[in-house]
Ligand binder design. Structure first.
Ligand SMILES: [Zn+2]
Length: 58
């Protein structure tokens, strides 16, 4: 099986979603894609938290 992210031939591929599409990648790439997704979600969370904070005291 070929990893869709790095293009390497690997024995085991796992599914990861990137850009709304599910792709089959090696475990290394899956981990990285996962981390990138987490970072994106955190960035969104910061905006939400800032708004919450404003409304909390005043
Ligand atoms: Zn890979």
């Amino acid at each position: 099986m070929k990893c869709k992210a790095c293009g390497e031939d690997v024995d085991v591929v796992v599914r990861a979603s990137r850009g709304g599409k599910t792709i089959k990648v090696c475990e290394d790439c899956a981990e990285r894609i996962h981390e990138e997704a987490e970072i994106g979600r955190e960035a969104e969370g910061v905006i939400g938290r800032t708004m919450e904070y404003k409304g909390g005291r005043g």
